[in-house]
Design a binder for this molecule. Structure first.
Ligand code: GDP
Length: 197
């Protein structure tokens, strides 16, 4: 898919205030610092579309971007900040649960995982939540330029091994790097093909 245009539409704290135009929606989420903003900017070719590394104390927002007037790219607030209060964590959980339940055109959630780390509980918990809610998702292992390809593949295999303990069928996965642009074509083609765009 060629990105002709990427427009910021709105930021919301509540899913019921998000756009009602019935366009397919693709959401991106992951642990803080996983590289979500960098990936969104890399995918869209807009260097400042998503704001990188926002401070954890800031209001957590659901950001909608309209791509090629055809689909929404949604930047969801990340999880796993080390120093957030229990109240903020609970507010995040409620917001995301409601978002996942209330968006009928949500085609897929891309869950970003740092390819350099062993499986993290917060990521496994979030994947579990998606499974429970029957939301389609794809894993994206980020920052692959930071280590050798065999190391990335070994970490992904180890992650999948952990998932195998609870999942009968493993989810699809892709690899990405905002530096080398690995994954860009694969992710955009996936979105294009899922929706016949
Ligand atoms: P976010 O908090 O998930 O939105 O993460 P950011 O996109 O702000 O990235 C966090 C940090 O990781 C920043 O310093 C980025 O420059 C860096 N980063 C993100 N993606 C990559 C990547 O693919 N490769 C490398 N080398 N650094 C990355």
């Amino acid at each position: 898919m060629k990105i002709k245009e990427a427009k910021f539409i709105c930021s919301n704290t509540r899913a019921d205030l998000c756009p009602t135009t019935p366009l397919p929606e693709y959401a991106f989420i992951g642990r803080s610092n996983v590289g979500k903003s960098s990936l969104i900017n890399m995918l869209t070719n807009y260097s400042k579309l998503a704001k990188t590394s926002s401070f954890p104390g800031k209001t957590q927002l659901i950001n909608h971007f309209l791509i090629n007037d055809e689909w929404y790219l949604v930047d969801l607030p990340g999880y796993g900040w080390a120093k957030v209060s229990k109240d903020s964590r609970e507010a995040w959980r409620k917001m995301i649960n409601y978002y996942l339940k209330s968006r009928p055109n949500l085609a897929c959630v891309f869950v970003l995982i740092d390819s350099r780390l062993p499986a993290q509980k917060v990521d496994l918990d979030f994947i579990e939540l998606l499974g429970t809610m029957e939301v389609p998702f794809v894993l994206i292992f980020t920052k692959t330029d930071k280590q050798s390809a065999p190391k990335t593949d070994a970490n992904i295999a180890a992650f999948m091994q952990v998932l195998k303990e609870t999942w009968e069928e493993l989810p699809p996965f892709m690899k990405s790097s905002s530096e080398s642009k690995e994954g860009r074509e694969e992710i955009l083609t996936f979105i294009e093909q899922t929706n016949d765009l």
